[in-house]
Write a protein that binds this ligand. Structure first.
Ligand SMILES: [Zn+2]
Length: 492
């Protein structure tokens, strides 16, 4: 067992642009806030990767013995289409298009989000607050911002005066911008807006008569601006000053920049010690976008139901694939890449299964203690999971050499090797031995493969009625066949 007392952890802080030694505000405990999903559509693979990065960070803190309060919110109101304050709320828009009550949209996609995260073996956060559950807190913060002199009301809406704030604070310090450049690069307000400056952002928006999502406030019946909810929920559960705030790289500006401004206006202090941002995921070398069809949903990896994929993959293989890249690097998803990851994953799990068969000797020819520390060093260096996985593969090489009696190991070193591998593979990386789980279904797998053979034979004999019958009957049982160049695979 290792603990935070004997590990020096470095975290890349987006605020300073440097790796800094991590020192929590209160010894032994950590407050971490991560921006959660806007629940108006299915969570996409890029979002899943961001949340997975923070899941592993959360898991490593727990492994080191920290008491962690991990808050990840649900955005169920206030997130504006195209992130412009004049746009339409994403959830209200979806509800209008699908003729649903906004809370039906929220419920549907919140359930989907939880199902996907469970399938990919995420730990639940300590608190998962919703924006609509914290309207009163948001109104209180707006009052404080108005009192501080940088919030102003216009026609029932309330805005944050970025220019005035910047006279005493630095708006842009997280994203490395300054207000002069921002002002120079934006066109003038066209007279339609209630804002004093184009950079100002909404704290409260007056609802149009047809707008369903609305709450009473001192200024109008309306709804809060998106940036405000995270300030309200992070400080409510973690205090005005907390350790870590994370999210996707795309949230650094304006979302997180606005959060800092709101906090500083409200409390006079910067809210967060370490800002962390996870990089994006591309698909076949291109940005993912629903409109171009260059898009894949996490669920489709599990079922193989996407033309990009040659077959279905277990969730742990997808997890293993994603963690082979550092969270601050762009990761490209492709069928070849996940097929390669599956081979590595299987090698890994076979070695773990083989650990039980290893015989011990009086002494070791391998330096297990040094290897163990290398695993910790990798995670202590800004959660470097690809380096950790490389060291774990070195552990796999050890296991194979020991199995072939080419090296020896003492009983206590074998225990260290086993514990370290189990800790990192299952507890920290959050992988599951899904090969082992599936092997319990050997008989089922054998029977399905026999039916696939029979179907291939029927097709070869041009008995398409029979081949279709086999496929349809299997589908009725929830077993889907997928044909590709490599042959036929199935998913249950
Ligand atoms: Zn947020």
């Amino acid at each position: 067992m290792s603990s935070y007392n004997n590990q020096t952890l470095k975290i890349y802080n987006s605020l300073s642009g440097e790796k800094e030694t991590f020192v929590p505000i209160n010894e032994g405990s950590i407050g971490m806030y991560v921006c959660g999903p806007t629940v108006y559509s299915n969570v996409h693979l890029g979002n899943l990767r961001t949340f997975m990065s923070f899941d592993v960070i959360f898991r490593y803190f727990i492994h080191l013995g920290y008491k962690v309060r991990y808050v990840r919110n649900i955005t169920d109101v206030g997130h504006i289409v195209d992130d412009v304050d004049e746009g339409e709320d994403k959830i209200a828009k979806k509800a209008r298009l699908e003729q649903l009550e906004p809370m039906e949209v929220v419920q549907r996609y919140t359930v989907d989000f939880h199902e996907i995260l469970k399938a990919f073996n995420f730990l639940p956060p300590s608190i998962e607050p919703t924006a609509t559950g914290h309207i009163i807190e948001q109104i209180e913060i707006i009052k404080k911002i108005i009192d501080s002199g940088v919030g102003y009301e216009a026609n029932g809406s309330v805005y944050f005066d970025v220019v005035k704030f910047n006279e005493t604070n630095h708006y842009g310090k997280l994203s490395g911008r300054n207000i002069e450049d921002m002002l120079a690069n934006t066109r003038d307000l066209d007279g339609q807006s209630d804002k004093r400056n184009p950079q100002d952002f909404a704290l409260w928006k007056k609802a149009e008569p047809e707008h369903i999502m609305r709450w009473p406030s001192p200024w109008s019946d309306g709804f809060p601006g998106w940036h405000l909810e995270c300030t309200a929920m992070s400080t409510k559960y973690l205090g005005n000053h907390f350790d870590i705030h994370g999210g996707g790289m795309d949230l650094k500006f304006p979302h997180h920049e606005c959060e800092i401004a709101q906090n500083e206006a409200c409390t006079g202090q910067s809210p967060v010690n370490y800002w962390m941002h996870a990089n994006m995921l591309t698909l076949n070398g291109k940005k993912m976008a629903k409109s171009t069809g260059n898009n894949i949903l996490p669920r489709e990896i599990l079922t193989g139901e996407n033309t990009i994929l040659s077959k279905a993959f277990p969730a742990s293989v997808a997890r293993f694939f994603m963690l082979q890249a550092h969270y601050r690097s762009i990761l490209d998803f492709s069928d070849e890449a996940i097929v390669a990851a599956e081979k590595g994953y299987k090698r890994f799990m076979e070695a773990i299964d083989a650990l039980k068969q290893i015989k011990t000797s009086a002494s070791s020819t391998l330096d297990i203690a040094a290897w163990k520390q290398l695993c910790y060093d990798a995670m202590n260096d800004d959660f470097n999971t690809p380096i950790l996985i490389a060291h774990l593969f070195e552990g796999v090489r050890y296991i194979n050499l020991l199995k072939e009696n080419k090296e020896t190991i003492s009983a206590s070193d074998l225990e260290t090797l086993t514990t370290t591998i189990n800790n990192f593979v299952f507890d920290v990386l959050g992988l599951e031995n899904q090969k082992a789980t599936n092997s319990g279904n050997d008989k089922l797998e054998g029977a399905i493969n026999m039916l696939i053979d029979m179907r291939n034979k029927a097709r070869a004999d041009k008995d398409f009625a029979m081949s279709d019958h086999i496929r349809d009957q299997l589908l009725a049982l929830g077993i889907q066949l997928k044909d590709s160049k490599e042959g036929t695979s199935f998913s249950i």
